[in-house]
Ligand binder design. Structure first.
Ligand code: FUL
Length: 685
């Protein structure tokens, strides 16, 4: 016994005395935020009245009788989310049109007046049960803006909102996140084009008391909005966080739906006063709600992978949306794609090469904070440097030369986000070669880079708010992925296909059939002078690997089109280049199609740069045979176009036209209408 005690004492003495952990660098996350950080990846479901009205933003005057899913199955949603590796589901309990998925006692505009389950259904309850069965968390999306409610804009509506939140947060068990959307009425400014009940988004909802109510009813739930208070919007609907992403935010200067939010706050702030980490939201299709016409526009694996690496890999959580279809199911195509993502992510991170490496750090704080802690799964174990030691080098020495293309690092965020700048270098014959020069790390940072053959990496923290803490380092070699061809079309109708930086073969079809290596082989630009659906794949002749299929609807070429305007820049609106645009001087674009053409609709692409101006929100579209007498063909709004600037498609009954005119009746910022691209639909389907 004495001998054992003696041995123990010797071991302790060799390891040195316990050292104290570093002091926190404020702000730091709360308990509920730390639990939320662990989720990392979860699903969104947009399923509500818009599913049936085929809209993105319903007007609020829809008939509850239209809500009638034929095979609704929340278990299918939960099974898909679980198998995809997601940790929870957030459901649109009430969207901007005001229809409620639960039988709220405070409105008639809900499932209780729909034919679904004879008006006895409660979708929130069904989702609760499915989430419990599959071990998922459940979250609630609740739109503050309500186009249906007669009292919206008055104090009575705030009482309604509180009553409804009380129902949702009392009757359905534990909620992990309450999602408050920033879009709302007012005179169209990033809000609802057809909403004239102006509200002051900062003061109207009485946020402090709404937050207090949520805290009281669901103390474990995080509150999401542009201004948090717990989790913030990432500032776009593409699922991308910024290269520099701080979890810190000047929270007191931000509120849900503030117009300047994306520019000023979305990437967080180094000197932010509160911990309000970013959540990146994106739909697996262009729209948030289900539209049959987007069945072939489900995001491809390369697109989904970019989203994964640019969100979770950049210190943000990822929220991927499923636009559940009219049956009430996640569409087969969406299931297929989300499963491809999870399979690929598992492959990419299958073997952590750091585990077999020898790690050393230029500085160690002492016992319990050694560099070996970064190989430990336990997130409470971390490497830390001594106080005041900012510049630190970590060498990862592999037993032999490895091919690598991924590097992952995580800070011990419980003590605050500290790293401001870092580099990653690989040792090659030429010495240390720079792989990446980075800024923030936060909860997780993943670097993707071309294959490097190396036997050592040097990870240097060059700047930090205080001595750094790192809880995890990983190094991986992800298998190569062949991307689908990229398409360019010019005004004459000539198509160019390529896969940048590679020598793969490309095959394509123009008749809607799926391409294979026996289809037409792409050799040079192809002239397409009619409306067709192009499908193309890349094929690596060495490995035999095939890419996903590129599917693109192409309408008639614009070769004969002319813009009727004396500004030469106006041609940019019909040059087939999505990255150029024309900001009009008269809020309208008139095009001479060159010949009388039967059209069944039109497409409008808003400017694609992030902070674009003149995005058309309300429009009238007209046609003419002589350029003098015009007839209205469509009048309406492009919902959610500012935050989700995708191509808008408006269909109407076929009409002969020689001239077309799209006129802006309202833009998101009140400036003159801008046009990245205007197109017509000549096919009647
Ligand atoms: C936006 C909404 O306006 C969209 O319709 C969608 O719900 C998206 C998640 O948030 O602000």
């Amino acid at each position: 016994m004495k001998k054992l005690l003696f041995l123990a004492l010797i071991i302790c003495a060799c390891q040195g005395p316990e050292v104290a952990p570093p002091a926190p660098v404020y702000p730091i996350p709360s308990e509920r935020q730390l639990a939320w950080h662990d989720l990392e990846y979860y699903g969104f479901v947009h399923f509500n009245m818009n599913t049936f009205s085929d809209m993105e933003w319903g007007m609020g005057d829809e008939d509850p009788a239209d809500f009638n899913p034929t095979a609704l199955d929340t278990r299918q949603w939960a099974k898909v989310a679980k198998e995809a590796g997601m940790k929870g589901i957030i459901i649109t309990a009430k969207h901007h049109d005001g229809f409620c998925l639960w039988p709220s006692a405070y409105t008639e505009h809900s499932v209780k007046n729909s034919p679904w389950k004879g008006g006895k259904g409660d979708l929130i309850q069904e989702l609760r049960e499915a989430c419990d069965e599959f071990g998922l968390e459940m979250g609630i999306y609740y739109s503050p803006w309500d186009r249906n409610h007669a009292d919206y804009g008055t104090p009575a509506y705030i009482t309604y909102m509180r009553n409804q939140l009380t129902e949702l947060l009392t009757n359905y068990g534990e909620i992990f996140e309450v999602w408050f959307d920033g879009a709302n009425g007012g005179t169209g400014y990033y809000g609802g084009a057809n909403e004239n009940r102006y509200v002051d988004k900062l003061t109207y909802y009485d946020w402090p008391n709404i937050y207090a109510l949520v805290r009281e009813l669901q103390p474990g739930a995080v509150l999401f909005s542009d201004g948090g208070p717990d989790v913030r919007w990432v500032g776009n609907e593409d699922g991308y966080a910024y290269e520099t992403t701080w979890s810190n935010l000047m929270r007191d200067s931000v509120y849900a739906g503030m117009p300047e939010y994306p520019e000023k706050y979305a990437s967080g702030q180094e000197d932010g006063t509160h911990w309000v980490p970013a959540e990146a939201d994106v739909s697996i299709r262009p729209g948030w709600y289900y539209h049959e016409y987007e069945d072939h526009k489900v995001k491809t694996l390369p697109q989904l992978l970019d989203i994964y690496y640019n969100s979770i890999g950049r210190n943000a959580a990822l929220l991927i949306n499923f636009p559940v279809d009219r049956r009430g199911l996640i569409h087969e195509k969406d299931v297929e794609q989300i499963m491809k993502l999870s399979t690929k992510i598992k492959e990419d991170f299958a073997v952590d090469l750091a585990q077999k490496a020898k790690l050393s750090a230029s500085n160690e704080r002492g016992r319990g904070f050694e560099i070996k802690q970064v190989l430990n799964e336990d997130k409470n174990k971390y490497w830390a440097a001594e106080d005041g030691v900012i510049h630190n080098e970590i060498i990862i020495q592999f037993p032999q030369i490895q091919s690598i293309n991924r590097f992952m690092a995580q800070e011990h965020i419980a003590l605050g986000q500290r790293v401001k700048a870092f580099t990653l270098e690989a040792k090659t014959e030429k010495g240390w070669e720079l792989i990446h020069n980075g800024t923030t790390i936060g909860a997780k940072r993943i670097l993707r880079f071309e294959d490097v053959d190396t036997d050592a990496l040097r990870f240097t923290i060059t700047d930090a708010k205080a001595s750094p803490t790192i809880s995890r380092i990983g190094v991986f070699h992800a298998p190569a992925l062949l991307i689908e061809p990229l398409l360019k079309r010019d005004k004459s109708g000539a198509l160019t296909l390529n896969v940048p930086g590679s020598n793969v073969d490309i095959y394509y079809t123009l008749d809607g059939s799926n391409p294979s290596i026996s289809s037409l082989k792409y050799e040079r630009p192809v002239m397409v002078d009619q409306a067709v659906q192009l499908k193309a794949i890349s094929h690596d002749p060495v490995t035999g690997q095939l890419s996903e299929i590129l599917v693109q609807d192409l309408d008639m070429p614009k070769a004969k089109w002319k813009v009727i305007h004396n500004d030469p820049n106006a041609e940019k609106a019909i040059d087939e280049d999505p990255n150029t645009f024309w900001q009009s001087t008269g809020d309208e674009l008139i095009v001479d199609l060159g010949e009388v053409t039967t059209i069944h609709g039109f497409t409008y692409l808003p400017p694609q740069n992030r902070y674009m101006s003149g995005v058309i929100e309300r429009f009238v579209f007209q046609s003419s045979l002589d350029g003098r007498t015009w007839t209205d063909r469509a009048l309406g709004e492009f919902s959610n176009i500012y935050n989700n600037p995708i191509e808008q498609t408006i269909r109407f009954d076929g009409v002969d036209a020689r001239y077309i005119r799209l006129r802006a009746l309202g833009t998101t910022d009140g400036l003159k209408g801008s046009f990245a691209e205007l197109g017509v639909i000549t096919r009647d389907n």
